[in-house]
Design a protein around this ligand. Structure first.
Ligand code: UT7
Length: 345
């Protein structure tokens, strides 16, 4: 099934200085690599099953004692260096695995990067977190609250994955990616276009950690402390919502599907990437893929995919790019930009 070609709206002019321009990108992966074979030694699964059903060969995982802020600090510092700056006015950290339930992890990350006294807050939109984080950063710039914002997506899902659950243990990996957004002109390379963001709380239970919040503070069993996912239902919704959100953002941006050179969307499952490509009637080759190497890294997924596509030469300055994601909440989001000429660290 394919969706109809997007009929664009005329683009709404934005005043210079109010657009958020992506001017730096940095990533960090914990050094420990867990290949499928290591999971299949422990659980009733196989390298063949994981590769065929998800496209994943390996993932990076934190060592005990390493937490989300450690990854976020590394990626954040690299993004600042890539943007050739040591100052931003705000730090937005997208994560579902904060160091502690309270306070937010972003102020600690900002402090450790040397960004004392700047605005800093967490965003939890699960795997859509980086898109929500970028929209928040772009909003701070458009409102004149900040001139530069560091947006970080960092997650350590290995810390909330049930070690006995073969479906989730096979999919998730840890990692972090960050961008610097600066105030600029909507006509520059790197200027973020409109955003499409959405949610559907009616399906909140499809992806969740049942206990640990105000609804159920104390887990009734060990399993309730862990991340759960209704894989099949989520699979179908991920394809439908990411394809729909891509269509919506293109319409808002005054672009057509054929104008997009590269789709950099959440790396949840290689079959989901193929499903979105089919639904949009676009060649699978337009969809950037790094899931084989890193698995599903939640809020870090989109910046890690941008980075690996730049490294491989797949993503080049001037190309029209669509960024998209889908995750728990349920949540989804997309934006567009022409890829800037930046050094990736
Ligand atoms: O990141 C945010 C959103 N997350 C996603 O988008 C993930 C969406 N879901 C998925 O990627 C897939 O649903 C999974 C990878 C989680 C599961 O793949 P599936 O092809 O949808 O498998 P399934 O859940 O339909 O299960 C088919 C069979 C079941 O066995 P039975 O009941 O048919 O006997 C599962 O128990 O595969 C079994 N299974 C496994 N077998 C070997 C599930 N996980 C595994 C495994 N190894 N790791």
């Amino acid at each position: 099934m394919t969706l109809a070609e997007v009929v664009p709206f005329p683009r709404v002019p934005q005043p210079d200085g109010s657009a958020a321009v992506l001017c730096g990108l940095g990533t960090w992966l914990p050094p420990r690599v867990v290949p499928n074979a290591e999971i299949s030694r422990r659980l009733d699964t196989s390298d063949d099953w994981i590769r065929a059903r998800t496209g994943i060969r390996q993932r990076h995982v934190v060592e005990p004692g390493m937490c989300t802020s450690d990854l976020a600090v590394e990626a954040g510092m690299r993004a600042l260096k890539s943007a050739d700056t040591d100052h931003v006015d705000a730090v937005v950290l997208a994560t579902t695995t904060p160091d502690r339930p309270c306070p937010a992890t972003a102020p600690d990350v900002a402090h450790r990067i040397g960004l004392d006294r700047v605005a800093a807050f967490d965003v939890n939109a699960v795997c859509t977190g980086f898109l929500y984080g970028m929209a928040s950063g772009a909003g701070l710039i458009a409102a004149g609250v900040a001139e530069r914002v560091l947006v970080i997506g960092a997650d350590t899902f290995s810390t909330i994955t049930d070690p006995d659950c073969r479906a989730t243990a096979a999919i998730f990996g840890d990692g972090a990616g960050a961008v610097v957004l600066r105030a600029g002109s909507p006509h520059e390379l790197g200027a973020l276009g409109p955003f499409d963001l959405g949610s559907d709380g009616a399906d909140a239970d499809l992806i969740m950690v049942p206990a640990g919040g105000s609804r159920r503070r104390t887990p009734a069993s060990d399993a309730e402390r862990y991340f759960t996912m209704a894989g099949k239902a989520v699979f179908r919704k991920a394809i439908f919502q990411m394809a729909g959100s891509a269509q919506s953002v293109l319409r808002k941006a005054g672009l057509r599907l054929r104008d997009v050179d590269k789709f950099v969307i959440h790396q949840a499952n290689a079959r989901i990437l193929n499903g979105v490509a089919d639904m949009l009637g676009q060649p699978a080759g337009k969809f950037v893929r790094n899931i084989e190497q890193v698995g599903n890294t939640a809020a870090a997924s989109v910046p890690l995919a941008m980075s690996s596509a730049c490294e491989s030469g797949e993503l080049r300055a001037g190309q029209q790019v669509l960024l998209g994601a889908f995750g728990g909440g349920l949540t989804w989001g997309s934006t567009v930009l022409r890829w800037p000429a930046i050094e990736i660290l």
